[in-house]
Every structure is written in structure tokens, then in C-alpha cells.
Design a protein around this ligand. Structure first.
Ligand SMILES: [Zn+2]
Length: 443
């Protein structure tokens, strides 16, 4: 069974060599790079120098990898407070690229790259594509947004660096995407998972069965998605769906990715050093325990990040991976502590809602969570699309179906919440990241 997938590894690209570096050598390299990056940040970034001085620490105090836990964290508001260029460690004449996050409130955060940084980024994205079996003979449709968002150019450079053929189609214009996918004989696609789902559904409406096209690999990221969603995507499109992880603050896409085994994401540890901490105390957690992912860039010149708190919740997978890569893996991120909301005293993550809904046959993975406050009490309603067959059922049957969903949600969340069934296509589709929560509590 694994025979066909193993042959995927014959696409091995020389850029992937560092993926297999023996652990003692990797650790030695990490320590060398960590010491250099701490020195670089201390010499060039005012905020970091002040934080180290306040603690009475010098860059030379980092003598082993564990010493990283003595260093201060960097958090998102540090980037906002130093908008736009306050955390740069390179003079502007060495900076060749700026990107910015799509900040939902106020100013975006700005990130910078030197030519060497772009090279590293290209390298880790080459290794990403290679890990999921994309090679020079592939035709890659890149439906990540191009522009200030890092997704488009990150995937573009990686696939092109690998020698694959890239179609820089960017997001949007769904019908044209489907035409290109078919006519250009596309074999691999990059997008958010929710947009790929939309593409598959739209193709079906146009009478095109995605399973009959040549697309065999999807590299999906930029939003949390569950294994239930993966199974759904794979079943309705016939592709293998892989998870890609990254964030602009660190490099963009390419911080970690799944290999062909689809069993956790390997970090590119020669460039990004991961830690898992207790989000409450900030203490480093024992290997395998779930907590917040913290990342340090080991080679970034223009904007080094020391111990950046990602707000993403995950855990290290301690067992070695059968693919032979030596770099550590993390469990898929299906939760961001930023996405968490509290309803009647219970912590709820959108991914829990997704899991509960997809456990019941007949639901489509399009849903929205509406939060309201009525007479001082928080109310939560889950609106979910159901298949046309279910929706055309008799009223009594619909009520029964609704009750089954409420039960499933109660089992997962521990509280009873309202469910409203809606027709297929009534929830707005996104061309980028899906909007799962509509919070009207303070409206
Ligand atoms: Zn692996």
C-alpha cells in the first residue's frame, strides 16, 4: 500500500539534504546559529538589547541550546509597537523585500528579508514541496494570494526553485482557476484548505469531477484545519492533502511541513528553533506535552525573531518519523489561542466545532459560529450547511438532524449550543482564510 507513496521519495531534491542531517550535528549547527543570531539581534535591535540588559544577560551567556529559555519572548505587539521598521537588524540597503500581515485591527506588521533571507525561504519551500513528492515535472497552480501576504511569493519561489512549472494565478476568479487546472494539466495546487474545498464544489457544479483531473497533491496552509477536513477534501477531490505551516513573523510559509507520511509536521530546524511552552507560566514543557509553540529564527538577517510566541497550540511528536528525516515533528495545529472564545465559562475552539459537525454524515464543512449576547447571557449558534438531500427532507427529519448535531457538539464542547441548518452555498466563501466566527457580543 505504501509502495506507491514511497516512490514519491524518488523526487528527492538535493535541497532536501539538510532534512536528514544526524541529530548531534543538527544540534551543533543550531547552537552556533543561535549564538550568532542572539549577538546580531543584540547589536542591531534596540528592543532586544534593552530586554537583555534588563535581565543582566549578555549574548555570550548562551552557551548551550537550553540557555534559550533564559532569553525574553517576543510577542505580536512588539512588532506593532515597533511599526514599521523598528525591529530590523539590517540597514535598508541590504533589505530586498518587505511583506506585511493582513492585520485585522489597526496597523499591519511589517517583515523584511535580505537576499540571503529570500534564499533560505526558497530553500525551505523547496524542501516542503520535495517532502510531499512535488518535483521538476510537476505543474503547480499557486492559488495563494500574491502581494504583501507571504503565501504567494513563498510558494512561488519554492516551487520554481525546485524546477517545477509554476502558474502564478493567485487567489480568486474560481471558474478561471478550474479551467486552468484542467487545461494546463495541473498536478499540484497550493491554497488555503477552505478555498480548495470551494474549488472542488464549484468544479462539480460545472460538471467537472476533480477526481478525474491530473491534480494529485495539495499543499494547504494559512489557516488551521482538522484531520476530518483533510479526509473530506481527499475524498471529494482524489488528491493527497498536505499541511504546510508558517507565519510571516518567522519567514512566511515553510517553517514546517508534513512529509508524505502525513503524520505530523517536520520543522526545518536548521533555520527555525521550536519550543513548546506553558502559555500561562511561560515555562518550557516536557517533550510531548501540549502547549504554545515558540519559534526562534536561527539564520534570519533582516529581522531575527527570538522566542516568538505564535499563539498556536501543539505538541512535539517524540518518535522518529519513518521517512528518515531527523528534524522534529509537531502535531498538526488545529487551534490558535487567538481563535479561542469563552462561552458560558467554557473555552471553545472553532476546530472542535468542525470536528463535531463532520462526525455527522450529511453536513458540509462550511460553517460559521455566531456569538451574541441576549439579556446579559452569551449565546452561540452554529450555522452549518447540509447536503441538498438533507435540506429537502421533511421538517420533522430536519429537526431530528439538528438534534443529532447538537448532541455531537455537546459531546465535544461540553455545553449545549444552538444549531441552524442552512442550504448548500448560503455561507459566504472565502478566497483566502475562512471566517469562522462572527462575534456580535459587543456590537
Ligand atoms: Zn517524515
Amino acid at each position: 500500500m505504501t509502495q506507491t507513496r514511497e516512490t514519491v521519495e524518488t523526487h528527492y531534491h538535493p535541497a532536501s539534504a539538510p532534512d536528514y542531517i544526524p541529530t548531534p550535528m543538527l544540534k551543533k549547527l543550531q547552537l552556533e546559529r543561535l549564538r550568532a543570531i542572539v549577538q546580531r539581534a543584540y547589536d542591531n535591535v534596540g528592543l532586544f538589547r534593552r530586554q537583555l540588559d534588563e535581565r543582566g544577560l549578555a549574548p555570550s551567556d548562551v552557551t548551550c541550546l537550553d540557555d534559550i529559555s533564559r532569553l525574553p519572548f517576543t510577542v505580536k505587539h512588539d512588532l506593532r509597537d515597533n511599526y514599521p521598521f523598528g525591529l530590523f537588524a539590517s540597514p535598508m540597503q541590504e533589505v530586498v523585500r518587505l511583506h506585511a500581515s493582513s492585520g485585522t485591527t489597526g496597523k499591519p506588521i511589517v517583515v523584511a528579508y535580505t537576499a540571503a533571507d529570500v534564499k533560505v525561504w526558497t530553500n525551505v519551500m523547496c524542501r516542503t514541496f520535495s517532502a510531499v513528492g512535488v518535483g521538476p515535472s510537476d505543474i503547480v497552480q499557486n492559488a495563494y494570494g500574491y502581494g504583501l501576504f507571504t503565501g504567494g511569493l513563498g510558494a512561488h519561489y519554492g516551487a520554481e526553485g525546485l524546477g517545477a512549472t509554476v502558474i502564478p494565478i493567485s487567489g480568486g476568479n474560481t471558474d478561471r482557476q478550474i479551467m486552468v487546472m484542467r487545461d494546463f494539466r495541473v498536478t499540484a495546487i497550493c491554497s488555503t484548505p477552505s478555498y480548495f474545498l470551494h474549488l472542488t464544489e464549484r468544479a462539480a457544479e460545472l460538471g467537472i469531477d476533480m477526481r478525474e483531473l491530473l491534480v494529485r497533491v495539495g499543499v494547504f496552509g494559512a489557516e488551521p484545519w482538522t484531520d476530518s477536513m483533510r479526509r473530506h477534501l481527499e475524498a471529494c477531490s482524489g488528491i493527497k492533502a498536505y499541511d504546510l505551516y508558517g507565519l510571516s513573523e518567522i519567514v512566511g510559509p515553510g517553517v514546517a511541513c508534513e512529509c508524505y507520511r502525513q503524520d505530523g509536521l517536520h520543522f526545518f530546524e536548521d533555520h527555525f528553533y521550536p519550543e513548546i511552552i506553558d502559555p500561562q507560566t511561560g515555562d518550557t514543557l516536557p517533550q510531548g506535552e501540549e502547549g504554545e509553540l515558540v519559534l526562534t529564527t536561527l539564520s534570519k538577517q533582516a529581522m531575527p525573531m527570538i522566542r516568538y510566541r505564535t499563539r498556536d497550540i501543539t505538541a512535539f511528536i517524540t518518535a522518529p518519523c519513518a521517512c528518515g528525516r531527523t528534524h522534529r515533528r509537531m502535531r498538526r495545529i488545529s487551534r490558535r489561542s487567538d481563535d479561542m472564545f469563552i462561552i458560558r465559562g467554557v473555552n471553545v475552539f472553532p476546530s472542535q466545532v468542525e470536528t463535531a459537525l463532520l462526525q455527522v454524515e450529511g453536513t458540509l464543512p462550511h460553517y460559521q459560529i455566531i456569538l451574541t449576547r441576549q439579556k446579559g447571557l452569551d449565546e452561540m449558534e452554529v450555522q452549518v450547511e447540509v447536503t441538498a438531500e438533507i435540506f429537502s427532507d421533511k421538517i420533522g427529519a430536519l429537526e431530528q438532524f439538528e438534534a443529532r448535531l447538537m448532541d455531537s457538539l455537546e459531546r465535544v464542547l461540553g455545553i449545549r449550543v444552538a444549531v441552524r441548518l442552512v442550504e448548500p452555498h448560503s455561507i459566504q466563501r472565502s478566497e483566502g482564510k475562512a471566517k469562522r466566527i462572527i462575534d456580535k457580543r459587543n456590537a
